[in-house]
Design a protein around this ligand. Structure first.
Ligand SMILES: [Zn+2]
Length: 74
């Protein structure tokens, strides 16, 4: 989950990134630079079960690795 500073009109500055899986905040390396994390985004079509929904989520490196472990085909 990426949180933006909506006050900045044109450039929505990223202020905080939280892992959607474990709720941990992604650590800042330095001003504006976060430790690497996985960002997923999908706009579902209207014919899908999700019916036009827009999904996005972020995962820390540990949760990303755990997610890969659950795949049958690596
Ligand atoms: Zn996590």
């Amino acid at each position: 989950m990426e949180e933006f500073n909506m006050k900045a009109q044109e450039t929505h500055t990223l202020t905080k990134v939280v892992c959607n899986c474990c709720g941990k905040e992604i650590p800042l390396v330095r001003e504006g630079i976060w430790e690497e994390y996985f960002h997923g985004e999908k706009s579902w079509g209207y014919l899908s079960k999700q019916d036009g929904r827009q999904d996005s989520f972020d995962l820390c490196q540990e949760c990303y690795e755990k997610m890969l472990e659950t795949f049958k085909i690596k």
